[in-house]
Design a protein around this ligand. Sequence first.
Ligand code: ADP
Ligand code: MN
Ligand code: MN
Ligand code: MN
Ligand code: MN
Length: 335
Amino acid sequence: MTYKAEYIWTDGTKPTAKLRSKTRILADGAELPVWGFDGSSTSQAEGHASDRVLKPVASYPDPIRGGANLLVLCEVFNTDGTPHESNTRAALREVAERFADQESLFGIEQEYTFFQGVRPLGFPEGGFPAPQGGYYCGVGADEIFGRAIVEKHLDNCLAAGLGISGINAEVMPGQWEFQVGPLSPLEVSDQLWIARWLLYRTAEDFGVSATLDPKPVKGDWNGAGAHTNFSTKAMREGYDAIIEAAEALGRDDKPLEHIRNYGADVEARLTGAHETAPWNAYSYGVSDRGASVRIPWQVEVDKKGYIEDRRPNANVDPYVVTRLIVDTCCAALEK
Ligand code: ADP
Ligand code: MN
Ligand code: MN
Ligand code: MN
Ligand code: MN
């Protein structure tokens, strides 16, 4: 007997990597082999030396095909065994390992927008829906667009064993959110990429696409972010570490270094309006959804917990944002 392994990887598309996948038939009980692909078709190679290598790093039960079939997340390598330049997971591995004793945890809130054709789901032909106000966490056919897809996606994520912690309808019609975590840096990032793949794959069967575009509709409509919640063991145990992490993110050249790597076109979303802080002015505050970094009110009451970096775009690479936050905050907390 055989099973199907769906090999999934991130490609070399700039400025935002796309997900790619292809199917391998394997004999029951066979280990997941390394595999090759045509890197010249994924912006990961030139045609004259096009072979790239897929190395399985994590696998999950495939909720689409069911049975013994698997989703297989891969890192991309060059044929000489070095990580391909698009392989951002390789750099996270090193940083996560270096600071492993601080036991970092992340919960990422993934916002996204459904599209049918050229319009967000729920936007009338040639016009706009009623202004924002009733859609966030709404109920009813006048406010909610795509719930059947969202429910199916949630079930698929749970069946794949992903650490999904919740979902909600967002501020703009057709806009939704799911949360992954809290999990270790590598786990949350791997699972976020798989959850994104399942989002596209699930919506495909409904004739709907999903986008991580940070500002899918210009004007007075909310953008889509990926709020990144972060804690270390020390932060989960005391408030000094919470403040030090929030301070460290604002020190020296850190704000710009982070912003530059928080997703394509992040400046278009971080305007200072629509529950964002301006991209070029770092701030943190308790309960403040207009700050770059928010300390949740409960964390201030308990004097321990986590912080929320509200800056990352929906289209951020989780391997990059978790690496930067661990690197910046854990180095500061180590002192
Ligand atoms: P918001 O009020 O910002 O919409 P959500 O409930 O959508 O908050 O998301 C909060 C996220 O914080 C969840 O993904 C959750 O897993 C994560 N989280 C909770 N506790 C911690 C922690 N100690 N460290 C890191 N992340 C955490
Ligand atoms: Mn071919
Ligand atoms: Mn949220
Ligand atoms: Mn949200
Ligand atoms: Mn949030």
